[in-house]
Design a protein around this ligand. Structure first.
Ligand SMILES: O=P(O)(O)OC[C@H]1O[C@H](OP(=O)(O)OP(=O)(O)O)[C@H](O)[C@@H]1O
Ligand SMILES: O=c1cc[nH]c(=O)[nH]1
Ligand SMILES: [Mg+2]
Length: 212
């Protein structure tokens, strides 16, 4: 089984509380979501391999470390996933960005796909799929189905990163893609009858883009 980690660093928990508050403005919600993305980047890249490199300081030649191995890609699930991309990119600026557009049908909770565009060599990259919310898990599973079957990305090379997860979504995602690492900033209580996470933070996309 792959990793499942709740990243409960105090800074992340504090910032998450700010965006959970219903009175948080769109501007602050967007800024703080990106800040949490940046902090999560620190944790999700913890096991990136390093290699030796020779450099010269002003004093002498020395062998030091640099990140080695696979190239990286960030794949936000539109729209809400976009809210985390800039923050993560601040930490790994060389990463390429793919996009997958998807919305949840409010009645059936099915994921409806409307867009996909990935770097050509996505199957050779370590891929971070990002979406602030993991509720039923259907959107994440649909996105990962597409990456693994249509674009040949190995599950072992995928990390799913979210801010708020429901236990139902974690279970479904682990069953569908057992070799994908999952990182979340919070594991909430459960889903309500409309498929929203409780206590959650509401509809992340609407809150990031001010559409409601
Ligand atoms: O785990 P699930 O039950 O599939 O729910 C989670 C999905 O729902 C939200 O997207 P939404 O459909 O609201 O689209 P949006 O990002 O455009 O707002 C969220 O950003 C996830 O993609
Ligand atoms: O709580 C939820 C569930 C799905 N999508 C959201 O944005 N929030
Ligand atoms: Mg939404």
């Amino acid at each position: 089984m792959a990793k499942f980690e709740v990243v409960n660093h105090p800074l992340i928990q504090h910032k998450l509380t700010i965006i959970r508050d219903k009175d948080c403005s769109t501007k602050v919600f967007r800024e703080v979501t990106n800040e949490i993305g940046m902090l999560m980047a620190y944790e999700i890249t913890r096991d990136l391999p390093l290699e030796d490199i020779e450099i010269e300081t002003p004093i002498m030649k020395t062998t030091q470390k640099q990140i080695a191995g696979k190239k990286l890609a960030i794949v936000p699930i539109l729209r809400a996933g976009l809210g985390m991309v800039d923050g993560i990119m601040d930490m790994i600026p060389a990463a390429r960005v793919g996009h997958i557009g998807m919305y949840r049908d409010p009645d059936t909770l099915e994921a409806i796909e409307y867009f996909a565009k990935f770097p050509q060599d996505i199957h050779e990259r370590r891929v971070f799929v990002v979406d602030p919310m993991l509720a039923t898990g259907v959107s994440a599973i649909t996105a990962l189905n597409q990456l693994t079957t249509k674009y040949n990305v190995k599950e072992e090379n995928i990390t799913f990163v979210c801010l708020v997860a429901a236990p139902e979504g974690i279970k479904a995602l682990q069953e569908a893609h057992p070799n994908v690492d999952i990182y979340t900033a919070a594991l909430d209580e459960k889903l309500n009858e409309h498929g929203y996470i409780i206590p959650g933070l509401g509809d992340a996309g609407d809150r990031i883009f001010g559409t409601k």
